[in-house]
Design a protein around this ligand. Structure first.
Ligand code: NAD
Length: 422
């Protein structure tokens, strides 16, 4: 059966992140010393820790927490549980967070964490044991004013609740602001679960409007059906876009008449995968990425749109729901082919924006209505899109180059004004 297999990357994620930064630094004429400072993470913690399994055996896991930059505020970034996690990948994801928070004007730095594990193979109790021990191991870095994690691939609101409880137990009092993406019952924010997908939807509609394409004429294909992919597909569909392509780690599906998203959700709720869903034709991952659609939303992992894939792509717009899904050489191919791309640090920033709202609500112990949160988020996303689009148009650069220019400049300015200690 033609499974949705992801092709291996040629360039490591951190090499990609550094190459994107180098290009921005070059275009901006960034001072060489500043370039050296911002090109590498500030702090990296690697941990190896034992976890007791349900059958009494003990297994040792490895994990990381990397803080790329904390000049503009506390470190902020998700925790990833995936068998493919590496220190290199976490470094890249941490750097992208620094640019994302700066671009969005949120007073946070950039960080990321991860554990090399397939959470799908662990029982709920084993996942809890792993999370509590990992939280303990990285507790020397995290805190409401120092480093605030959030969900990413393989982690969810339950993971965040265990993490928050563990840190709170160590402190002897409840510390909701230590992590975001929690359940609402323990200080989570309304709208956080959908925030990244809502942001993807908002910038996609903005980009389509600019292209003069009505939502009902904009067919959408989404790679990945987790938090970001499923919410992006659902909200774009609600906005009128027919969703014709979907995939997860097991399978890619095509339905030219458009998927019935509530029905897909029912299937995935029951089977935990798209595999076997009857109302779609099975295609390969490459076929999905190269499908004829108006909008392609990669929302799985890094390194999906490569120089091997990009020449055959037939979409009219790419919106990066995932972090780092496009390699620099593929980026250049898309640019030359005139296919616009809304970059990750803008497109998927909705998650960290509402994480910021959650942190503010936790610190103030005062909670906002969901409609307020969604309105503020959508306004911020629209404003950020307009700013990036404006710079891109004025300077004749891509949206990624414009976004990097704005973001790197903010971090560089903050670093300059604070000065080099001592
Ligand atoms: P998730 O774990 O909820 O979902 C990941 C999806 O990708 C799943 O459908 C899974 O089946 C699929 N997937 C995993 N490995 C795959 C593979 N090898 N091939 C094809 N599909 C695969 O994760 P998520 O939170 O939706 O994150 C997805 C992407 O979005 C990541 O790049 C993440 O860093 C980024 N992101 C997430 C958030 C957030 O708030 N969760 C915010 C910003 C960016």
């Amino acid at each position: 059966m033609p499974y949705a297999i992801i092709t291996p990357m040629t360039l490591s994620p951190f090499a990609v992140a550094q190459s994107q930064f180098d290009e921005a630094a070059e275009l901006m004429g960034l001072d060489p010393a500043m370039r050296e400072v911002l090109r590498v993470p500030k702090r990296e913690l690697a941990v190896n820790f034992p976890v007791t399994f349900d059958n009494g055996t003990v297994k040792v896991f490895s994990g990381y927490r990397v803080q790329h930059n904390i000049t503009r505020g506390p470190a902020k970034g998700g925790l990833r549980y995936h068998p493919g996690v590496t220190l290199d990948e976490v470094r890249a994801l941490a750097m992208w967070m620094s640019w994302k928070t700066a671009l969005m004007g949120i007073p946070f730095g950039g960080a990321k964490g991860g554990v090399i594990v397939d959470p799908g193979r662990l029982s709920l109790r084993e996942q809890e044991n792993l999370t509590r021990r990992f939280a303990t191991e990285i507790s020397i870095l995290v805190g409401p004013h120092s480093d605030i994690p959030a969900p990413d691939v393989g982690t969810n609101a339950q993971t965040m609740a265990w993490f928050m409880d563990t840190i709170s137990m160590h402190g002897g009092y409840s510390m909701p602001a230590v992590i975001t993406g929690k359940p609402v019952s323990v200080g989570g924010s309304e709208g956080r679960m959908e925030a990244t997908g809502r942001g993807v939807m908002t910038v996609t509609l903005k980009a389509l409007e600019r292209m003069g394409v009505a939502p009902q004429d904009a067919t959408v294909a989404v790679q990945g059906f987790g938090n970001v992919g499923s919410v992006s597909a659902t909200l774009l569909n609600r906005a009128g876009c027919p969703v014709v392509g979907l995939s997860d780690v097991n399978v890619a599906l095509w339905n030219p008449d458009g998927f019935d998203l509530p029905d897909v959700h029912r299937w995935v709720g029951e089977h935990r995968t798209l595999l076997g869903y009857p109302h779609g034709t099975v295609i390969t991952n490459r076929e999905l990425l190269q499908s004829e659609c108006a909008v392609l939303v990669p929302a799985a992992l890094e390194g999906q749109i490569t120089s091997d894939v990009a020449p055959g792509m037939r979409c009219r717009l790419v919106v990066e729901g995932a972090n780092g899904p496009t390699t620099p050489d593929a980026d250049a191919i898309l640019r030359d082919r005139g296919i616009p791309l809304v970059p990750d640090i803008l497109a998927n920033a909705g998650g960290v924006v509402v994480s910021y709202f959650e942190w503010v609500q936790d610190l103030q112990a005062f909670f906002w209505e969901e409609t307020d949160i969604n309105t503020r988020l959508e306004n911020l996303m629209r404003r950020a899109y307009d700013t990036v689009q404006g710079v891109a148009t004025d300077h004749g650069v891509t949206l990624r180059q414009a976004a990097y220019n704005l973001a790197v400049d903010k971090v560089a300015q903050a670093t300059t004004v604070r000065g080099i200690y001592p």
